[in-house]
Design a protein around this ligand. Structure first.
Ligand code: G3P
Length: 218
């Protein structure tokens, strides 16, 4: 399973990289806005900076929603660095664009996926990644994790190559459950990865080991 970080913050990306387990980065327009990055040129420069830090795939989302606009924007994003993956929303023109990007050899991440049917369309179009949003489904009191199970089952039965990139991860349990459901990638804030570290028995055990060591030393 690969670990991506879901942020546009260079500082957070560097911190995740320093932790030693970072495989890639996902961003979206909200995350770029959160970092105060606006305007085509600034956005492109920011993606270039991220790609300088990270060797793995970096998802860069298009803003256009019409086929020609998505193609133009996606091709330009793909030129920034070889590890750019063009992130395209699950809409009719988006699916058509993903199919075209696939033919052109440009990697894609189909985003805003909330149903197994949408995930089938993304895979049929040849998306490199599909991004089902766990947390946002949970927010509606449906099961985001059931969505991951369903997609994993369908992709296995059908032999689809598209990688399941579990997104809208809110906590460490989401990561564990997505792993059990067969996700290929999780993209998450750094805080959720750090949550995986936590167990009170680890803290208590370490405390005891160190105390015993101090005692034996006299
Ligand atoms: O990758 C998608 C993610 O950024 C959405 O997360 O927490 O806004 O639902 P959230």
């Amino acid at each position: 399973m690969q670990f991506f970080i879901d942020t546009a913050s260079i500082e957070q990306i560097k911190e995740a990289k320093d932790f030693g387990l970072l495989d890639g980065v996902t961003t979206n327009p909200s995350l770029m806005a959160k970092e105060g990055i606006t305007g085509k040129e600034n956005i492109r420069n920011h993606y270039a900076k991220i790609c300088d830090v990270v060797d793995g795939d970096v998802s860069a989302e298009v803003i256009a929603t019409d086929f020609d606009g998505i193609m133009e924007e996606g091709r330009a994003l793909a030129k920034i660095a070889p590890n750019i993956v063009v992130k395209v929303p699950m809409i009719k023109d988006g699916v058509k664009a993903i199919s075209n990007f696939t033919k052109e050899g440009i990697k894609t991440n189909c985003t805003l996926v909330f149903s197994p049917g949408q995930a089938i369309l993304a895979a049929k179009a040849g998306a490199t990644y599909v991004s089902p949003f766990i947390g946002r489904v949970d927010d509606l009191t449906w099961s985001g994790m059931q969505l991951i199970h369903d997609i994993a089952e369908i992709y296995a039965i059908q032999g689809f190559d598209t990688l399941i990139l579990s997104a809208s991860i809110r906590n460490a349990l989401h990561i564990v459950d997505a792993a059990k459901a067969g996700t290929d990638v999780v993209t998450s804030p750094l805080s959720a990865y750090m949550g995986l570290l936590k167990h009170p028995l680890t803290d208590i055990g370490l405390e005891k080991f160190l105390a015993d060591h101090r005692k034996a030393k006299g």
